[in-house]
Design a protein around this ligand. Sequence first.
Ligand SMILES: Cc1cc2nc3c(=O)[nH]c(=O)nc-3n(C[C@H](O)[C@H](O)[C@H](O)COP(=O)(O)OP(=O)(O)OC[C@H]3O[C@@H](n4cnc5c(N)ncnc54)[C@H](O)[C@@H]3O)c2cc1C
Length: 458
Amino acid sequence: MALLGERAVVLGASMAGMLAARVAAERYRTVTVVDRDMPPEQPMNRRGVPQAYHGHVLQAGGVAVLDELFPGILDEMVANGAPTWGDGDLSRVIIEYGGHRFLPSGFLSDPVTAYVPSRPFLDWHVMKRLSALPNVTVLGGYDVVDVTSSTDCRRVTGVVVARRDDTEAAVLGADLVIDASGRGSRAPIFLEDLGYDRPREDELVINLAYTSQWLRIPPGAIRQHMVALFPKPGDATTVALLNHENDTWLMTVGVMAGEEPARDYADMLVLARRRAPRHILDVLEAAEPVGKVAHYRTPSSRWRRYDEMLRRPDGFIVAGDAVCSFNPIYGQGMSVAALEALALRHCLRKGDTDLPQRFFRAAAKTVRVAWRNAVSADLSLPEIAGERSLGLRINNTFADMVLTAVESDPVVTSQFFRVLGMLDSPARLMRPSILARVARANLTRPQSIPAPEPALAG
Ligand SMILES: Cc1cc2nc3c(=O)[nH]c(=O)nc-3n(C[C@H](O)[C@H](O)[C@H](O)COP(=O)(O)OP(=O)(O)OC[C@H]3O[C@@H](n4cnc5c(N)ncnc54)[C@H](O)[C@@H]3O)c2cc1C
């Protein structure tokens, strides 16, 4: 493939950075990925990705990209113990979304294999594959402190890095700099210092607080491999239980809109009692906590609109959470990062003229779908403050009708999974064959659906 330059430098070696580096390696003679942390030598949490202590689901759209960029990586993860859910047997999951419990038995009409590695396990596999590329170097233990530019500031020409244990700085020259340094990215400041505007920000305040705990659960104690109870109007809590590699279990609970977060496992059980079916609660009450609980707060979903900027320097793009960080309960960030990597690959195939503009616009198409999904779902909760436009209210009424059908119809459930998993566009839910099923389910729905044997609060 024709090369576009000597070196690309990527800021951040988490999911967005690793995948962007993988595609940049096709077009630049060398790629250097800089991170504060040393690359882990085994699956483990690290300081720079504190969210990895919490429940992470890789959507099917992200799985497909991983398989394309690193052929064989999915089989490798399975060989190393990652569980899969491939037959679409609905009795193996408990999912409640917007107050609607997914069909508890039967099979999806069009299942896609789900892979359920923990975040550290997933990142380690991706890092191993990335580091094996002959033209990629991962430079751990360095802080990125600034970017350098041409004298007229029209092109970013590299980054300034400083060793974490040293004050001396060095410059890494680059034909392309990709900022994938996460929500805390300083790209708006870099741009301002070069004489450009900061990007506008769209924001929805959610005040989400997660608490997570690893658990030991005896093999066979629970049939389901995943429990995911999303917030519903009147109760903006999330309860998730995930069966990860080698029979490890991670429980995450979340509260929104400023509700007091769980401080310890006893508090987590109190929240679970509000939502979880009795047999799951029995398992949780008997489970043995492993290690300490972890906490994480996310103030808002935030989208930095680099795609709308009128002026921007050449040689500099931003990706992943640095562009948009979503309410994490919908599990979209890693898959959006993966789809952005494909967008970057596509843009690089057309050369580097106007690359930032072309990339930001292409990436915004993926971000927009995920953003609308997260923001619409959050604004369906009265607990979340924000403007509800007519369009949003119509969208949420339709979503509620689809979810009503998901309670009883495996074909609608299958299509909903594909949309949620970012494999299909939301427009697929509006096909006549799906609309007919949605209408039928809503017309024949009993007036009141009994809640699925909830445990008593207390
Ligand atoms: C609590 C929580 C749960 C989530 N759950 C899910 C989920 O279920 N599914 C899903 O798809 N997504 C989920 N996400 C989102 C997901 O974690 C991110 O979208 C994903 O990690 C991609 O982010 P990123 O690579 O852009 O940035 P990050 O993961 O934040 O990584 C940024 C990297 O940059 C490095 N860095 C930062 N600044 C510097 C600097 N100055 N110098 C050097 N290095 C630097 C950091 O060390 C880190 O490695 C969740 C997020 C949170 C907060």
